[in-house]
Write a new protein. Structure first.
Length: 451
């Protein structure tokens, strides 16, 4: 990175940033209070609130949102007449999955092979730290030239919509000229990228019942309808022979027009086992950014250890459907529900329940903020040009903000590049990416103010 005062300040602040990220990662802030104590999320929220107060933010508040979680808000006044920029991140994290599979404890930030490991290091506690680093660098080099609002969400990973509902009830709170969502990532380490589309998401819980209770498989098997077998049939109906998603009424064919994703690189990024083929057709970018994708997230059935020779009376699964821009998530949810019901065999009783939902998003890349970001990335990543990419994941708040503030420019950047392995075991963040993106954000704020 070429030397400049902002970059030099960020570099000097990096040890402090690492220590702060370690403090924030230590909170087990999973917004599923059946699994993790509410106090862990509340502790993380208070940490963020204290950090904002220490940076001279005013009106700092821990907001109780309708889904029972908390989001943190703060406002940093800029010069009179300045533009307003909203910086977003979330402090809640995915569950660590099998903690024994982690090389080091998931809630203990650990440096290894030049990366910092820990749940939330990249997604998205690192995003909170990125915002703080950028603002500190500006304060040390002439001041922050815009009004800044920060919002740190407490339930993004759960998809329960607390902040979305709160924003709809208090539309003035997050109003801004430009919104920077710090919850995306570069296409690869060292390649500056803005995410211009997000797939939406809907989750359904499906339960199938066939019997009043389990039956001896020797005495009744062969005629008694097996609920687990019925569920397997239903779930299999969601995919074509090549693995493409097939939900009745949902168009499977659409194409991505931006940056392409090399198939061999994708295999490496996804750590696909040798000899195992990818699923679906079309380009990789088509499949992960522009088309619907169904995933079976979990199944409730007897574990292998301790299983008895029984015909199962009930079985259930949690099914996720990612939907591309141009598809309404609520309509997709109805189609998925109808598909599950229509494909349940043998007259088995089927119940579906919507668990979470978020709309897809497409940004306006012609806005002046995109040029300001491109210029900032050119400095922070010498020799590289800003790329446009999609993201297969969902950030439900994006569409809410786009609806509430149709004139606001929305940009998505962040630390979740492929090596970060977000949502998986051994999640990590590249400190070099944290450094470069903090410089990027600081320079963007300066460029945007001058534009």
């Amino acid at each position: 990175m070429s030397s400049n005062p902002v970059a030099e300040t960020v570099t000097a602040l990096l040890p402090r940033a690492k220590a702060e990220l370690a403090e924030l990662v230590a909170f087990k802030s999973v917004a599923d209070f059946a699994q993790f104590p509410r106090s862990e999320s509340e502790g993380a929220a208070n940490w963020v609130a204290d950090a904002l107060r220490a940076e001279d933010f005013v009106d700092v508040a821990v907001l109780d949102t309708p889904d029972g979680t908390q989001s943190v808000y703060g406002y940093l006044p800029g010069p009179e007449g300045a533009k307003t920029v909203l910086l977003y991140a979330h402090y809640d994290v995915q569950p660590p999955l099998d903690e024994t599979a982690w090389t080091t404890p998931p809630f203990e930030l650990t440096e290894r092979d030049g990366r910092w490991y820990g749940r939330g290091a990249a997604d998205c506690k690192g995003g909170v730290i990125m915002h703080l680093l950028a603002l500190r660098a500006l304060k040390a080099n002439g001041g922050v030239p815009v009004n800044v609002k920060v919002i740190a969400e407490g339930s993004e990973e759960m998809g329960t919509g607390g902040l979305e509902r709160y924003a709809e009830q208090h539309p003035e709170l997050l109003a801004a000229d430009t919104i920077v969502i710090g919850d995306a990532g570069n296409f690869r380490v060292g390649l500056p990228t803005v995410t211009t589309t997000l797939r939406g998401m809907t989750m359904l819980r499906v339960q199938i019942d066939t019997l009043q209770g389990n039956l001896h498989s020797g005495q009744f098997g062969g005629a008694a309808p097996d609920a687990l077998a019925a569920l397997i049939r239903v779930l299999d109906s969601l995919r074509a022979e090549d693995g493409s998603t097939t939900v009745d009424g949902l168009a499977p064919e659409s194409h991505w027009a931006g940056l392409e994703y090399d198939e061999e690189q994708f295999r490496k990024d996804a750590k696909v086992l040798d000899g195992v083929g990818l699923i679906g057709d079309g380009s990789v970018a088509d499949r992960i950014w522009a088309r619907p994708a169904v995933t079976v997230l979990g199944i409730d059935c007897p574990p292998v250890v301790g299983a008895t020779p029984s015909v199962q009376a009930s079985a259930r699964a949690l099914v996720s459907l990612r939907v591309p821009p141009g598809v309404d998530a609520a309509e997709a949810s109805k189609l998925l529900q109808a598909h599950l019901e229509a494909h349940t065999p043998w007259g088995a009783r089927v119940q579906t329940e919507a668990v979470g939902q978020g709309q897809p998003f497409r940004a306006d890349t012609t806005s002046p903020a995109y040029q300001a970001m491109a210029d900032a990335m050119a400095v922070a990543y010498p020799g590289e040009t800003m790329q446009y990419a999609g993201q297969g994941g969902s950030i439900p708040l994006c569409n809410t903000l786009a609806s509430l503030y149709p004139r606001a420019e929305i940009l998505l950047i962040g630390l979740s590049e492929p090596e970060a392995q977000i949502h998986a075991v051994n999640e990590s963040v590249s400190p070099e990416e944290l450094e470069r993106l903090s410089v990027t954000e600081a320079l963007f704020l300066r460029n945007y103010a001058a534009g």
